[in-house]
Design a protein. Structure first.
Length: 304
């Protein structure tokens, strides 16, 4: 009697970390994106502390100073050091991007998995997803910021309140793509033999999600997370540029671009530095997301 062929599930991410490292190490986008993002993080986080400049220190006698040893990127119209302001703004923008991505990722994964596993919940959850996708994102964020910014600022402080509000608003309005991707993956996995075998053995839905489904949908989730960071950084920069982000005395990349736009013709460098920081950060994260998608592509040869 011929022995039945055992089903071999798709290799999980944690089962082949060496393969993932080799694929990412040989991918030019991963190398370039990872290097640029690492350099930006090293400059923004420890660099801001090592530089030691006060981004809010006003020196009216040294306004509009050109680049030099004392001020490598020059000063603004109030004599504030541009390098210190760009580095401080980077900490805020990257922190907002990562925090908003984690919130959107958690919501999207939870809703997508619930919709894929339950036929009863699939319809209502997907209609909710369609509703959020139909909403105009930027006008909605503007309304939310105008309505709740002052209340949260009085409760958590001017900076803490705006941080929580931006992270919450961006995260709650950015989970839909992740939910659709996770739902599609869960619907495909539900029909696989190893999922049916686990159900036959009495594994609960929560156990299926934790031990069988989430490890096998890790690839699209990670790619969505990488792209979510870039999207959140751009959204926060847009809100700050429009004056609805952090307080005016607290520098962010979007706020720096907004302030410098008034002096664009006289001092174009003030727009270039924060604008270049935004562009390089978003570009590096996008490169890493593309490389991660290629490295986790199941159509590529798995190790023998």
């Amino acid at each position: 009697m011929t022995e039945p062929v055992k089903h071999r599930p798709a290799p999980r991410l944690q089962r082949a970390p060496g393969l993932l490292r080799r694929r990412l190490g040989g991918h030019p986008g991963a190398v370039a994106g990872g290097l640029v993002f690492a350099l930006i993080c090293m400059a923004v986080f420890p660099g801001a502390l090592l530089w030691g400049g006060d981004p809010a220190a006003v020196d009216l006698g040294n306004r509009n100073a050109p680049s030099g040893l004392a001020h490598p990127l020059g000063t603004d119209h109030l004599g504030r050091d541009m390098l210190a302001r760009v580095l401080t703004g980077g900490r805020v923008s990257i922190a907002v991007g990562i925090a908003a991505m984690l919130l959107a990722l958690g919501l999207g994964t939870l809703i997508g998995a619930a919709a894929g596993l339950s036929r009863r919940l699939d319809g209502p959850l997907m209609r909710l997803t369609d509703l959020f996708l139909a909403l105009p994102l930027l006008p909605l964020l503007l309304v939310v910021m105008m309505l709740f910014r002052d209340a949260l600022a009085g409760w958590l402080g001017p900076q803490g309140g705006v941080f929580v509000l931006i992270v919450g608003a961006v995260g709650i309005t950015s989970w839909m793509t992740t939910a659709r991707v996770v739902r599609a993956e869960v619907l495909a996995l539900k029909e696989r033999d190893f999922i049916r075998a686990a159900r036959a053995m009495g594994v609960s839905d929560m156990g299926l999600v934790r031990h069988h489904i989430l490890p096998n949908v890790a690839a699209p989730i990670l790619v969505s997370a990488s792209l979510g960071i870039a999207s959140a950084i751009l959204t926060e920069s847009a809100l700050s540029f429009l004056g609805l982000g952090f307080p005016p005395d607290f520098p962010t990349w979007g706020r720096l671009v907004s302030d410098a736009s008034v002096y664009l013709l006289e001092y174009p460098g003030r727009v270039v530095w924060p604008g270049m920081a935004i562009s390089l950060t978003v570009l590096s994260v996008t490169w890493m997301a593309d490389a991660l998608g290629d490295a986790l592509d199941p159509r590529r040869a798995a190790p023998g």
